[in-house]
Structures are given as C-alpha cells and as structure tokens.
Design a protein around this ligand. Structure first.
Ligand code: MRU
Length: 350
C-alpha cells in the first residue's frame, strides 16, 4: 500500500484526486478535480507539481474533457480533446513532460479508430492509465541503474527541490535513486536543500524522507559548499524539467549553483532524467523557456512579509545548468556520460 498518492483517477466521479502539495507537510489534504480548467489551475498554482506528475495530470485532463463532453459524436469528442489540450499546454511552460504527455495522448489515441463515443472515452482513459503505470516503472528502472554509481555500504547525497513520489506518480526520480539506495541496504544520509522560494525541499522532500525512514538533514541552499567541505558527500543527485540535446538542463532555481559548487569541490553531480524529459528538439539550455512566478513567492513566507513593501523582484522558477557541470545523466535505459550531444541521441533511439 502506498501511504500517499500524488494523483489518482476516480472512476465513479470521473475526476482526479490530487494531494495538495501546497498544504504539505502541515496538512495532508486531497481534493477532486473534475473539469479541464480545474486541472490546469491545479498545475499552474502548483497544487500538483514535479515534471512527471504534471504530465500525467494533463493526460487525465484530456480524459476529463471527453467524459464531460455531452455529445456522443466521435468528432465532437476529438474536438473537446483538442480544446482541452490547448488549455493544459498553457498551464506551465518549462517542464517538457507536460507537452510530451499531451503529445503522447494524441499519438496513442490516433493509433486506434474508435467507432463509438463509449469506445473513444475508454480509449482516452486507457492511454492516460498507460502513462501513469509507465511512470512508476520508469522511475524504478532509472533508480536501479543508479545503484551501479553508488558506494557499496554508505552513501551521502545532496538533493535539491522535490523529486519523489509527490513529483511523480510514484517512487520518484532523484529521490527514487536515494530510496533505492536505502532499500538496497546501504546506509544513506541526505542533505536536503530547502529550495527557496517555495521550499519544496523543506516542505516536501523532508516529509517524504521522514515517511520512508531515510536519515536526512535540512540545509539552507547556500550551505551546500560548506557541507561539501565539512562532510564526505558522495554525490549530488537532482531531477530535471527539460534536458536539451546538448545536455544543458533546466531544473528548480538553485540547481546550477549547486552544480557549480559540486564541481569546485570535486563532488560528482548526477541528473535523474526519464527519457520523456530529454527534449532533442531543444538544442541547448538557452532555448528553454524559464517560468517566472509571482513576486510574493520571494517577498512573503507563509503570507508573512519578509521584504520591504514596493520592492522590485525577479523570480525565475528554474535555472539552466550547463552540461559541463554534469557527471552523468541517469535514465531508465542506462547511464549517459558525455559527450551528451551524441549519447543522448543514442539512448533516445534504443
Ligand atoms: O516548480 P516545481 O516544484 O514543479 O519544480 C520541480 C523541479 O524542479 C523538479 O526537480 C523536477 O520537476 C523533477 S521532478 C521528478
């Protein structure tokens, strides 16, 4: 039994149930979302967040669209899917998984020729369920591959943001690597970057590690260099929202700082990336759209003002880490080393 689920399809209600990631860890609350606009809003306001799970949430947004369409005309159902696709695509810009999942849905549905409305709705549902199940398998495979990179008995990680069961359908990517290390019997310790401004590390990663009984300490983002100098950190492992063809990748703001600090301290830096996050259409990091979010994320903490009124704020939600700072990229099909331009292409073709 999973103690908590980031996302679940409710067959009776024709809705998805999401854990409210904004409310964690003080409140563990689940809410149902039964319209396309409500799903898009939940992605935008980060009730549901993390690249893989927002892709699956968007896929279920399409399912909701076809179940909510009153007409039983197959052409109208297809049109409602196209309309929903447009709304969902506009919800967040950086994580490619959102766009990838919507593209996958369109492709998978197009392979079949449903004749009736009932068949059409069941097909769209089956495609979303496929993506949901695949995500769990991908994360477990990726995490298993990562075992080859770890010392045999004891391993100390630094992790940024949240990449666990909350950010995916289950198991996690970078946190999946950490979880697999723990489940393999290794003695694991994690330094958890708090991850300003939204504190995904403090609020979500610490909560997940606590549930899983994995030893960890919360640190402020700026402490990573000191931690590397004072303790034997074996590796940094982070997730990603989009990996460009040359290996540059976007992830939660502060990731690039961590990667540079890791290089300066001789600590290996790994990126856990499902192949769905590798976007060969984007040639380099400069071409990745970086989401900017509201200034209140920076000027307030839990609604309490921490900066002077009227202050000007720049709040990029992500940053781009140049490929030269990455030791290797961990995927469900194996570990990818530089040169990334060549090797990412190869692994995508496997
Ligand atoms: O803005 P967020 O919280 O959605 O950002 C999430 C991250 O940056 C994660 O590291 C990334 O999505 C990988 S999740 C497996």
């Amino acid at each position: 039994m999973r103690p908590y689920k980031s996302i679940e399809w409710l067959a009776q209600e024709k809705a998805i149930r999401l854990i409210d990631q904004k409310a964690l860890p003080s409140v563990v609350e689940y809410n149902n979302y039964s319209t396309v606009n409500a799903v898009a809003q939940a992605i935008n306001d980060m009730t549901v967040r993390g690249a893989p799970v927002i892709g699956v949430a968007a896929a279920y947004g399409l399912v909701i669209a076809v179940f909510n369409e009153e007409s039983n005309d197959v052409a109208k159902l297809a049109a409602s899917m196209v309309h929903a696709d447009r709304i969902l695509r506009a919800s967040r810009p950086t994580a490619v998984n959102l766009f990838w999942a919507l593209d996958q849905m369109a492709e998978r549905v197009a392979k079949h020729q449903p004749k009736t409305a009932a068949e059409y709705r069941q097909l769209v549902l089956a495609c979303a369920q496929e993506l949901e199940a695949e995500d769990i398998a991908i994360n477990k495979n990726l995490s298993t591959h990562a075992l080859t990179l770890l010392p045999k008995d004891k391993v100390t990680f630094i992790h940024h943001c949240n990449t666990g069961a909350l950010a995916t359908v289950d198991y996690g990517t970078a946190l999946g690597v950490i979880r697999m290390a723990h489940e393999s019997g290794r003695q694991v310790h994690v330094f958890v970057d708090e991850t300003r401004p939204r504190l995904q590390g403090a609020r979500l990663t610490s909560w997940e590690l606590q549930q899983q009984g994995i030893s960890h300490q919360l640190i402020v983002d700026g402490a990573s260099s000191h931690v590397m100098q004072k303790f034997a950190v074996d590796m940094c492992v982070v997730g990603c929202d989009r990996v460009a063809a040359n290996g540059d990748f976007a992830n939660k703001v502060g990731t690039c700082n961590l990667a540079m600090v890791a290089k300066a301290n001789g600590v290996p830096f790994y990126v856990a990336a499902p192949l769905s996050t590798i976007d060969l259409e984007t040639s380099c990091g400069a071409d990745i759209e970086i989401e900017e979010r509201a200034s209140e994320e920076v000027t307030e903490i839990d609604g309490a003002r921490v900066a002077p009124d009227g202050i000007d704020v720049y709040n990029p939600a992500f940053d781009v880490t140049p490929a030269e700072f990455i030791t290797a990229i961990i995927t469900e099909k194996g570990i990818v080393y530089p040169p990334f331009l060549e090797n990412l292409q190869k692994i995508k073709e496997l």
